[in-house]
Design a protein around this ligand. Sequence first.
Ligand code: NAD
Ligand code: MG
Length: 389
Amino acid sequence: MRRVAVLGATGSIGGSALDVIARHPADLRASVLSAGRQVDALVELCRQHRPDHAVIAAAEGYRALRDGLRGAGLDTQAHAGSEALGALAAGEACDTVVAAIVGAAGLDSTLAAARAGKRLLLANKESLVLAGELMTAAARDGGAEVVPIDSEHNAIFQCVPTAQAREGLRRIVLTASGGPFRGRSRDTLAAATPSEAVRHPKWSMGPKISVDSATLMNKGLEVIEAHHLFNLPGDRIDVLVHPQSLVHSLVEFVDGSTLAQLGLPDMRTALAVGFGWPRRMSSGVAGLDLLAHGRLDFEAPDLETFPCLRLAYAALAAGGTAPATLNAANEIAVAAFLDGRIGFLAIPSLVGDALAANPAGPADSLDALREADLAARRWTEHALPRHAA
Ligand code: NAD
Ligand code: MG
């Protein structure tokens, strides 16, 4: 029986994880659930899944959570704040952690789970982008079993699950749907609205990653994520646009052989792999009927229209704190875009300017990374008015 902490339970990945967990009552149990600020949604999930602990990140949510759990007649214990979250992720209440908080806000709890040697289903890609070296070292030292919960990285994991299986690997190819604006020219994107940007053609996801998919920053973050997970330099990580989102990624070996993982675009497959590995378990996702789909298309990414992907490669090449700066500037820019404060094209401009204005330093400590993250957030906040929509 795995006792699972679902961090970010009220989100898109959190919901998919709970769906898979509920299908396997004899093998999986949600023992800890967390959310950012949605107390009512968290209480409702507790009603359904009866965890031992519930954590609300926003401290002011504590009282409402405690009273809500009591009112529902549950003995789930209420907690609040990031320290409680880290302690529960690392503690006895769980052996498996689904890290599905969005953004750098997930760093501490993800790191705590890695250090504590948990089975770590890692969806929170921003924490790897921000602190990949430290995260990898923490997982190694803590003996954590990391299974990537990003469809591309999960695909690569399934193709080459161990370091031994990666011998003779020449390159990996991350597939990208191209997002809602694939095929559009740069000038037509100036007026793109948040509701257009979050309308992803193939995946149903949270707002931040949906905007990242529209700018191709998501693929850029994934290149950096792949670098850390599979220990490959950026020039051996390629990106291929594949609008059907059925081939989730490919690995190529020195002998000319290519392996790929295919499936319907539904994150429950990746989550079931994470819970069961090396065993397979049902996920609720149907098999792939290639005859019904008919064709698989591939094209090169358009880096002129979507410069974020290029910026991410550049940040990876620059190394040090550059990826932390890239991620922080992007988080601020995306939040401002979703708030209607800046236009769509301001996102790549702000991230590019933030990288230029905040030169990379060494990323040898968590403090150095946090400082770079904070500096880039401040810098980008200050630059927002110049890009006002
Ligand atoms: P979402 O916005 O749907 O959910 C985010 C969750 O994080 C919510 O439960 C929210 O309450 C919680 N949260 C937000 N801010 C928080 C804070 N400051 N402290 C604590 N909790 C906080 O996002 P999502 O789409 O589920 O994505 C989650 C992560 O998974 C992201 O890193 C994303 O890149 C990654 N991911 C998602 C998908 C997908 O299909 N949705 C695919 C691949 C990777
Ligand atoms: Mg992905």
